[in-house]
Design a protein around this ligand. Structure first.
Ligand SMILES: [Zn+2]
Length: 625
């Protein structure tokens, strides 16, 4: 049944399992599975004894959060052990669906309210991915019964609290079901009801009231709510078909960048919006949710700038708050992060003394539960399909894409060490000759891109920030080689500081670290990280011609690229110590206004990708010239 009530998506995400990670990405997902993600359910009460599976511990968001990451991780890795864990959870929850259709606990003793849709919202995200990977026939009927119950509840009791702030994610699962059961027209009426009961983030950003660092905890300035809200205009657009809703995405991104933006593409919030000072923090959940919001928006609108942003966050802010073995994480990461200790004296707006420790559940356990979705969902959204069967490369990372076009099996093998290297090789194969378009994203920063098809001469592509369309009759195997230009670039940021970038990577000073085990059992212990080398440097660099004073060096890509010792590339630049810049409130003190002067000798400094660091300076003062 065709209906126009729901606006069409620009792109269709490939069902979970159609993209398989390779190379460094496979390795990263294996690190994740061998770390906290693959084992949290074995010992952490809020997942191991979750109220969702009949236990007596938390029965609210934590179990579903874990599941929302572990489902894609299990199917991307095709890992039997993880898939068995997924089945155990899904089976229990479906077997215990209430007679009235409700899924999961009716009320957690500590959080939420009776029939709180918020934790179920998270569970539904996990279950829809699970259905795509397995085709389990129980899922659609269970969702229908749940939404029918929800319709009755919302008729007498409107959304409130987290469920009201985060309702777009609930609407997504309704759309998902409707697209598979278009005869159930009432689902869109339910989506409409939810929209009417939602907090209106479009108005919120049109008349943005939260331009300063916030000092009180509020839902409206909460960093994770804000990250999740980025998708609201897109989600509403599908119902409204209103062009203003489409355009509102840019307004939101601009507001956040202007008043709270950080060098890694995210915004501050520790855990309320905290301004542009690089010593403020960003909560891990906000990074995960920003990525997911972008993945949703990319499917809806297919705009290249959203993919540029996705890569910027995924390759920088995503790996940074994890111990390289992914057994510990931070609640808050700082762009200038020089000390991670338990500190009563701190800068955070509302977070506590543990907020930048690396540990099991520093500050609060939400991130412990929600950290798992970042890498797997990024991997599952590297490529999407156009309505006419074309294939779109949104982000580049090593993978194998298997799908079909006009019922003919096709595959794309992506071989690359990008983002650490400049070349991406693609092997496009089709079982029989088939014509379709391949859309290759040309990043905004790549001003000179070369494409080589088979053994033809290379072709220069000068359209950064767009998709290059290659309409072709594909047969057997065709090799393509994309070469991006990655000159060193600078950004001028807080207090006229400078940030060095290259390709999608942001670079930061490599600070020697001392890890101190302060509590908890290995391997999921809590750690402080202390600096063993100075961090208070100003750079000798001309921001308009950084290449004149910087040298790039490649290093072998090892098993743990996102670690200080495993950094696959470094930038070498000169700088001088700046003794007036000191530690304050257990963080890098106020960034001196550039340009600055120093009489200390010039030293060669090593910068590595931000995501490889645990301690770092990213926004540097600049020496006067
Ligand atoms: Zn969190």
């Amino acid at each position: 049944m065709e209906t126009n009530r729901l606006a069409k998506k620009a792109l269709e995400p490939l069902a979970l399992g159609h993209i398989r990670p390779r190379g460094w990405l496979l390795n990263q997902l294996q690190i994740q599975a061998a770390g906290l993600s693959g084992h949290l359910d074995e010992f952490w009460p809020d997942v191991a004894e979750s109220g969702w599976i009949g236990g007596t511990a938390e029965g609210w968001e934590r179990g579903p959060y874990w599941l929302d990451g572990i489902v894609p991780l299990a199917y991307l890795l095709d890992d039997g052990g993880l898939k068995a864990k997924v089945h155990q959870w899904i089976d229990f929850i479906l077997d215990h669906q209430q007679a009235d259709g409700w899924l999961g606990p009716v009320r957690d003793q500590k959080y939420g309210y009776e029939h709180d849709p918020w934790p179920v919202t998270v569970f539904l995200k996990a279950m829809t991915q699970y259905q795509e990977a397995t085709g389990d026939s129980r899922v659609l009927p269970a969702l229908k019964r749940f939404f029918s119950r929800l319709r009755d509840i919302l008729a007498t009791r409107a959304l409130t609290s987290w469920a009201q702030m985060r309702s777009s994610d609930l609407m997504l699962s309704i759309y998902w079901l409707y697209e598979r059961a278009p005869e159930e027209d009432w689902l869109l009426d339910l989506a409409q009801t939810i929209q009417q009961q939602s907090y209106n983030w479009l108005e919120h950003f049109e008349h943005f009231q939260y331009k300063e660092r916030q000092t009180t905890w509020q839902h409206e300035s909460h960093v994770v709510n804000t990250s999740m809200a980025i998708k609201q205009p897109g989600v509403w657009y599908r119902l409204s078909h209103n062009e203003q809703h489409r355009q509102a995405v840019s307004t939101i991104l601009d507001m956040l960048d202007t008043y709270h933006g950080q060098a890694t593409g995210v915004f501050s919030g520790d855990e309320n919006l905290a301004g542009r000072n690089p010593s403020q923090g960003t909560e891990l959940c906000a990074v995960m949710e920003y990525l997911y919001s972008l993945e949703v928006l990319l499917a809806l609108f297919g705009e290249a700038h959203l993919a540029d942003r996705l890569e910027r966050i995924a390759f920088n802010a995503l790996p940074a708050p994890f111990k390289p073995d992914m057994w510990a994480h931070q609640y808050d990461q700082q762009v200038n992060q020089v000390l991670c200790v338990v500190a009563e004296d701190h800068l955070y707006t509302t977070n506590g003394p543990d907020a930048n420790l690396f540990g099991l559940e520093p500050n609060f356990g939400c991130c412990t539960a929600n950290m798992h979705q970042g890498w797997p969902k990024f991997a599952a959204h590297l490529w999407m399909q156009t309505p006419d069967g074309g294939l779109v490369a949104l982000s580049y990372a090593p993978c194998l894409v298997k799908t079909s076009v006009s019922d003919i099996p096709v595959s794309v093998e992506v071989n690359t060490d990008y983002p650490f290297r400049e070349t991406v090789k693609l092997l496009v194969s089709a079982e029989h000759a088939v014509r379709f378009s391949l859309y290759l994203r040309i990043p905004q920063w790549s001003q000179e891109t070369t494409l080589v098809i088979g053994d033809r001469p290379g072709e220069r592509i000068q359209q950064p920030g767009t998709f290059y369309r290659l309409d072709h009759l594909w047969q057997e195997s065709t090799t393509l080689s994309l070469h991006f230009s990655m000159p060193i670039r600078t950004q001028t940021r807080y207090h006229n500081s400078v940030v060095l970038e290259r390709g999608p990577l942001v670079y930061a000073l490599k600070v020697e670290e001392e890890w101190r085990h302060i509590r908890g059992e290995l391997p999921h212990a809590d750690w402080e990280v202390h600096p063993k080398s100075p961090w208070n440097y100003a750079l000798e660099v001309d921001p308009t011609h950084p290449e004149a004073s910087c040298r790039v060096e490649d290093h072998p890509l090892g098993v743990t690229p996102f670690s200080p010792e495993g950094a696959p590339v470094s930038i070498h630049v000169q700088g001088r110590l700046l003794p007036i810049w000191t530690l304050e409130h257990n963080a890098a003190g106020p960034l001196p206004m550039s340009p600055v002067a120093s009489t200390h000798p010039l030293e060669e400094l090593t910068l590595i990708p931000y995501g490889c660091t645990n301690l770092r300076i990213t926004e540097f003062p600049v020496l006067e010239r």
